[in-house]
Design a protein around this ligand. Structure first.
Ligand SMILES: [Zn+2]
Ligand SMILES: [Zn+2]
Length: 65
């Protein structure tokens, strides 16, 4: 099952770019970097640790700088 890519912070609803910075918990609650900082890297929904979300890579094999 593919990771669902949510495009908004659950807390402040700011738009999150697919290749931008975002943080998720193990249940895929998604937050922006600012909320994550305010929440001390702890998910308010499940008390899980928020970690940087892997960026979706949609390239033809070439890495971006
Ligand atoms: Zn936010
Ligand atoms: Zn959570």
């Amino acid at each position: 099952m593919a990771l669902e890519m949510r495009d908004r912070c659950e807390r402040c609803s700011i738009r999150l770019a697919p290749d931008g910075e975002a943080f998720i918990c193990s249940f895929e609650c998604t937050f922006c970097r600012w909320c994550t900082a305010e929440l001390s890297q702890t998910c308010p929904n499940c008390s899980g640790e928020l970690v940087p979300r892997p960026r979706r890579v949609e390239t033809d094999g070439q890495e971006r700088e």
